[in-house]
Design a protein around this ligand. Sequence first.
Ligand code: GLC
Length: 699
Amino acid sequence: MAVTLGIGMGYAMADKSYMTDKGVAVFYPSGYDATQHEPSPIFVNKLKFVGDVPAEWNLRPEFSISDGKSMVRIPVGEGVDFYGNGEVSGPLRRNGKEVRFWNTDAPKYEADEGRRLYQSHPWVLGVRQDGTAFGVIADNTWKSSVTMDDDIVFESEGPAFRVIVIEKESPAEVLKSLADLTGHIEMPPLWALGYQQCRWSYFPDTRVKEIADSLRINRIPSDVIWMDIDYMDKFKIFTFDKEKFPDPKGLNDYLHDRNFKSVYMIDPGVKVEEGYWVDDQGTDADYWVKDASGKPYVGEVWPGLCHFPDFTRPEVREWWGTLYKDYMATGIDGVWNDMNEPAIFNVETSTMPEDNCHLGGGGLAPGPHLRYHNVFGYNMVKASRDGILAANPDKRPFVLTRSNFLGGHRYAATWTGDNASDPELMKMSIPMTLNLGLSGQPFSGPDIGGFFGDCTPELLSQWTSMGVYFPFVRNHSAAGTRSQEPWAFGPETLEVCRTAINRRYRLLPYIYTLFREAYEDGMPVMRPLFFADVKDPSLRSEQKAFLLGGDLMIVPRWAENTARPNGEWNKIVLEDTPDDGVQANLYQRPGSIIPVAELSQNTTEYNTDRLTLLVSFDPHGKATGRIYEDAGDGFEFRDGQYADYIATASTDGNDVTVRLSQTGGNWNKPPRSIRVGLVTPKGIEYTPWTEGEVVSFKL
Ligand code: GLC
């Protein structure tokens, strides 16, 4: 049935609309049924009325129902560049693309020709030629899709849904507004920003120890070793294989003694097995997702036939959280939630039937899988995070997830699923991670080296040399492929990887500050190049070169003819990390100060007692930067236990003064040594180390 109100093609203007924040309007279709969409998983708070939509408001969604589908069209006019859409394959700029929101186990991003992946973010960021920007949220979890041309068109298999439009002066302001609506990330533990080593098939525990030892012996700075499904007893979650992993606490102690953290995998599928306590508890309490006939749904995953917790139910999430208590008590530091689209083996759809039933609760109506599929992973990681936090209330939880939904960055970091050891997929990981950042998820990255297939020395070198500038840095590969650790290809590759990872660790003061910015403002950690100058149209499609924060441009060595922002961005090569011809080229923004630490082998050893300030003057002889520091874990920072500094530098062409001033927090760092690295077209010139907060010298 088409609703026609005279604007053509069966579309009608909103039935109701209002402002819900400054520059944020919400539009409701006629016949809107809140029970089919609310409480929304996207927003941290209920959208409230703060005023009427002004008459001059430009972007007005039009609604229609045709062929049983709920449609929304947002005419945006010409000359808009589209971004966002969450986790997507293909280019950074999304014009002309279609994205399907139906979370899918998508090996090599091949399902539906790459149109649907593991996560759904019904979100579009639009940037106009003049640099002003807008964002559109479809507040809808049902199976749906979006296309972006002169119009943005959402199409859903569920009931009519509301649309939120953000109008701002810049993309950064849109993202800040998105974060205000959907929540800010929590500060991650510092260790989660270090280099991480993973592989499906690190077993038995002696092999895990060997990997840890090799990282230290080879002087690869590193913080985390990952346990894939291999540690479990017959892939039963929350269990340990008695032979391969007889003493998990002992293993975790071993890792901790060497300054490693451990992250272990937990999938959603619970093996159907009488006498297996997790299955027994869920069955006794009737916690499983049901099939259309009301019986617990059974699907096949790694352990064989499995039950699946109905994470839409508050009491199930609560129960799920409690499972982590004894588990974390073995010394596990972080949790990896995988297969949570949910992925099901040996069925054509590779997931549950759309007519499976979820009970909801806590204000959420019961509904079919068609409605709740896209938030299965989201609700799972929400429960995981809460459970981990309850188990270790003094530590910052770390959860990595494969599946998620818009707003789910509040609960988990993400990796981009099962890629392959293929140079094209390495290149694609840049726009993927950038678009996740432009969709509210600042903490993500790909499997470095590639998951499927055999990596090569060249590929691992190239991938590591660029991957260390992503927010999340983890080398991971599939069982049965050739080994892919930095040392697995001989001394030359090892050297290149070590140099790249050394650079990561030296840049940690800068990177940690970027995570603080993400926490405060929703700014992506890794940003597209056009953020350097949103008015410069030549930067809009650049997806080989990218920015780490606002001040560092990364140009991978394989990237040719990349766009460049205006101004004198000088190349910097940090000491102890020589330019070997493979490392990505780094360029510093004129007018910026980047803090750099001495090299450390892990974040436990990391400190900023000796801090180098890389100063790159703008044409007026000025530069500024920021350094945020806290304990790197725990929550004392919320009570002021942190130190925020502004670094300022100025020169009249003869004298230079650089000053570090604490602007926030009541954490008093003991006195430290600082020095300046003056960034010039010829390289970096260092001053001697001095105690205190001021460095003055003559040019
Ligand atoms: C999935 C994950 C992958 C993991 C594998 C085995 O394919 O995406 O990262 O290694 O399962 O658990």
